[in-house]
Design a protein around this ligand. Structure first.
Ligand code: FRU
Length: 457
């Protein structure tokens, strides 16, 4: 066998999966679409696949929603976009790619009430404005009574940009310049990008957050955010006035998240794409590639964007099989199964790492915490990423919690004070995951772990 699919994460089943698209709460169900090639586990001939759920825990596969059509503006692919309500009718607003040279267009398909049957258009609603060389991934949002869209782009002067359109009438899109570009103050400090892909805008804790996936010289280099305000500019434009920025996820295998601003509870939910760390041969042999991360809730701690699994995920827990086990530096603790959750309490003053070891024996992730006042960092397979601007207070009662959700070949790591991290193991088989601590010096108090097996119900 060359790869068991994770059991709780949304996957393609057969074929390829990349970006999540258009998460929406519609008629009492959650719906998520994703970029999908049903023919082979490689990117190409991109369709929109569709899953739905009543509870954010178990997902039902729905019929394919959008498919490329010969001779149409989406002949070479139905690339990323969002789903919104067009006067009560579901509308998938997506990127049409007609051929390899197409810089991208905006297309709109209308769906039935169950979101199962879609009518794709003959013509796009928007084509590239002058001065733009690449355009994709429309995202519709509302601001002070108006309907707008941001679209990912590269400008012909080399800047990455979030283009702005006004679209009060979804059939008539008016270009309105840019909402933000990569040379704007604050944005210029983000990791460099040639194209900002999949821009997403959400209200989080009363502020605006702009999420950007960073495409740089054909490499997908990570996901950044800006936090600030959307302000009116000139008579008919908007501008993103950023106060700060950072990374949405510090892991190595995470990209193109899609946000759902959940008006039912005023929360922002986020799904991302986690690609494979297996060899190309193993992927081809297994016939599938890619998973979506579990739904995460966004929150702000000052200017730092944090996320944690949606509380609905706790219902995946089976009986707790590890109770307050001390993480000894020498001896590794086995996780209770290959699909499990671990919650680790790191006591105040503990200086050192909490390591997650994958079935191949690789130290896949290490959350490293300094005792007091300093930054935490995240290490994965030798590399180190700074994950936090948050400082530890050093108060004797301050406990940092680290949470790992492991599902066969994918791990999502969360820390009470830090950015999340997503990583895949290169292992193709199910196997044992282990934990241990690695104190920097002599410590009296070690981190302690609780663990549960996880099961879809
Ligand atoms: C991001 C992305 C999007 C594009 C889609 C194509 O991973 O490149 O910009 O719409 O994937 O599948």
């Amino acid at each position: 066998m060359s790869g068991v699919e994770p059991s709780l994460h949304i996957g393609a089943g057969v074929g390829w999966l990349n970006d999540p698209n258009g998460p929406i709460w519609w008629k009492d169900r959650w719906h998520v679409f994703f970029q999908h090639n049903p023919h082979e586990p490689q990117h190409g001939c991109i369709h929109w696949a569709h899953v739905s759920s009543a509870d954010l825990r178990s997902w039902r596969r729905e019929p394919i929603a959008l498919r490329p059509r010969p001779g149409a503006p989406d002949a070479a692919g139905c690339w990323s976009g969002c789903v919104t309500s067009d006067d009560g009718v579901p509308a998938a607003v997506y990127t049409g790619v007609a051929d390899n040279d197409d810089p991208g267009t905006v297309c709109i398909a209308h769906g039935d009430d169950g979101l199962t049957t879609w009518t794709q258009p003959e013509t796009p609603v928007a084509t590239v404005p002058p001065g733009v060389t690449e355009m994709r991934d429309p995202f519709v949002f509302h601001h002070e009574g108006g309907r707008w869209a941001v679209v990912g782009a590269r400008l012909d002067d080399g800047r990455a940009a979030a283009l702005l359109f006004s679209c009060d009438d979804l059939r008539r899109w008016e270009p309105r310049g840019t909402l933000a570009t990569s040379t704007d103050p604050v944005a210029a400090d983000l990791p460099e990008a040639d194209i900002w892909e999949c821009p997403q805008l959400a209200r989080v804790d009363g502020r605006w957050v702009l999420i950007l996936s960073l495409w740089r010289a054909r490499v997908l280099t990570g996901v950044a955010y800006l936090v600030g305000d959307v302000v009116a500019e000139h008579v008919d434009g908007l501008h993103f006035a950023a106060d700060a920025g950072g990374l949405v996820d510090a892991g190595r295998d995470y990209y193109a998240p899609a946000v759902l601003s959940d008006s039912t509870s005023d929360r922002g939910l986020l799904w991302g794409w986690s690609w494979e760390a297996r060899s190309d041969e193993a992927v081809t042999e297994s016939g599938w590639a890619g998973v979506l991360t579990l739904p995460r809730e966004l929150r702000l701690s000052g200017d730092l964007l944090l996320s944690s699994p949606a509380p609905e995920s706790e219902a995946l827990r089976g009986p707790r099989s590890v109770h307050g086990a001390r993480l000894e530096p020498g001896a590794a603790l086995d996780l209770p199964g290959s699909t499990a959750e671990v919650l680790i309490s790191v006591p105040a003053g503990f200086d050192g790492g909490v390591q997650l070891i994958d079935p191949l024996g690789t130290e896949l992730l290490e959350i490293h915490l300094s005792g007091t006042g300093a930054l935490g960092s995240l290490h994965w397979s030798g590399a180190v990423a700074e994950i936090a601007k948050a400082h530890r207070s050093g108060r004797p009662d301050e406990i940092v919690t680290v949470r790992f959700l492991v599902d066969r070949t994918v791990v999502e790591a969360f820390c009470s004070h830090h950015t999340s991290a997503t990583a895949r193991t290169a292992a193709s088989e199910d196997g044992t995951w282990r934990l241990r601590s690695r104190p920097s010096g002599s410590v009296t108090d070690l981190p302690r772990a609780d663990a549960w097996t996880l099961e879809a119900r």
